[in-house]
Design a protein around this ligand. Structure first.
Ligand SMILES: [Zn+2]
Ligand SMILES: [Zn+2]
Length: 409
């Protein structure tokens, strides 16, 4: 039961992607994008579900008879980047760009919706389509979960375009595929004094400099060579004049890890180094954490289902390297098991580059894959007579406070 895409639909999906690309909207401001998606879905007779979301929307296909629910997710937001592709459909909005390919993801999910709608009568359950806002701020998945849209979902699937994989390939792996993305901000206290009389004060710059150097030993000395982590300090600020030792130094940055145990240990060591170095210099420091999404960890069973769907969609499965970028899809995987995959789009530049682009010829394969993985998962869940994990419904109702995720991806 191969799922094919005819030329006319492929052309429509490219038009949709180009429209979204020309009119990008930033995280949490996707009003026109949401209206466009609604219009495209309604034109296909696809019903919009009533979940309370400010931007983004949820739609459903199937459910003609009692059965499991499978969710497919696409993120819809753009980035605050000035586009430099020179494409005829380049962003018409200054300072906003689809530089992560979420326009591609959205078009792919609309394509999957069209394909699934055609076979709605034979679906043994419901496919819930999550058009998620604000992925780039790691806020949207939490909003979608808080809306209740993950209630009763037996498995959840999503994809991200991957510029370094060729068109026609799909990167699938069991276990971690994207990193936990935590942010930190550290304030180092000093005691202001004349630069010529440092002994009368406490120099927060020298203290911060020692911290920065010592923090770089965490990965090499506290993390096993078989695990991995990144500690990057990306901003350092202190002082106002060449002849004054200031009262405060501030630095911030990010930590990336693929395992919750490693994540906790790196954070513990981070605080130990910051507080220990501060004490050694006779001062104090405070670390404030911005908890980003946890690692994206694929379920082995659903990774196998993804591979089966890839074959149906005519894609070649490859083993991808995990990406140290963060993805709030990870939060869905805390609600229901599933798989997140990398779809080859053979782009000239990495994500978030002003000249980022995708090869649109990958779009039909992406749509076919999403439709196939939903169909395969529904079939598998209905065969076992289960689907609605009771814990998923309970979690969605309790809302469990993970919405504190910050702007770190
Ligand atoms: Zn991104
Ligand atoms: Zn992205």
């Amino acid at each position: 039961m191969a799922i094919g895409i005819e030329e006319a639909l492929a052309g429509q999906l490219i038009d949709i992607r180009r429209h979204l690309h020309a009119y990008p909207e930033l995280s949490g401001e996707e009003y026109e994008t949401t209206a466009s998606i609604r219009g495209w879905l309604e034109r296909e007779g696809i019903r919009i579900a009533a979940y309370p979301l400010k931007t983004g929307l949820v739609a459903e296909i199937g459910g003609m008879r009692e059965g499991p629910v499978v969710a497919l997710r696409a993120d819809i937001d753009a980035l605050p980047i000035q586009e430099e592709t020179g494409l005829p459909f380049a962003s018409r909005r200054s300072g906003a760009m689809h530089a992560c390919g979420h326009d591609f993801h959205t078009a792919a999910l609309i394509g999957a919706a069209v394909l699934l709608k055609r076979r709605e009568a034979e679906l043994p359950g419901t496919v819930r389509l999550l058009f998620q806002p604000a992925e780039e701020k790691a806020k949207g998945a939490a909003e979608v979960i808080a809306s209740g849209a993950l209630a009763g979902v037996g498995a959840v699937f999503g994809l991200h375009n991957k510029p370094d994989l060729p068109v026609g390939t799909i990167g699938i792996r069991s276990g971690p595929i994207m990193a936990a993305a935590d942010g930190f901000a550290v304030e180092v206290d000093g005691k202001g004094t004349h630069a010529a009389v440092p002994e009368a004060g406490i120099d927060p710059l020298v203290t911060a400099a020692h911290m920065l150097t010592a923090l770089q030993s965490i990965v090499s000395r506290s993390v096993s060579s078989l695990d991995s982590a990144v500690v990057s300090v990306t901003r350092l600020s202190a002082g106002t004049s060449w002849n004054v030792i200031p009262e405060l130094a501030i630095f911030d940055g990010t930590i990336r890890t693929f395992d919750e145990g490693v994540r906790a240990e790196v954070r513990r060591r981070f605080e130990q180094v910051v507080n220990g170095v501060a004490a050694a210099f006779g001062t104090t420091a405070r670390t404030r954490w911005t908890g980003g999404p946890p690692p994206v960890v694929n379920d082995a069973r659903w990774a196998r289902t993804a591979a089966k769907a890839a074959a149906v969609a005519g894609l070649e499965v490859v083993e991808p390297r995990p990406s140290p970028a963060g993805e709030d899809f990870a939060l869905y995987l805390k609600e229901a098991p599933g798989a997140f995959v990398f779809l080859g789009t053979n782009g000239p530049r990495e994500w978030h580059h002003p000249a980022f682009d995708v090869d649109e010829s990958a779009l039909p394969g992406a749509a076919a894959y999403l439709a196939a993985v939903a169909a395969e998962a529904l079939a598998a869940l209905s065969a076992e007579g289960a689907g609605a994990g009771p814990h998923a419904a309970a979690r969605a109702e309790s809302g469990d406070g993970r919405a504190e995720a910050g702007a770190v991806t």
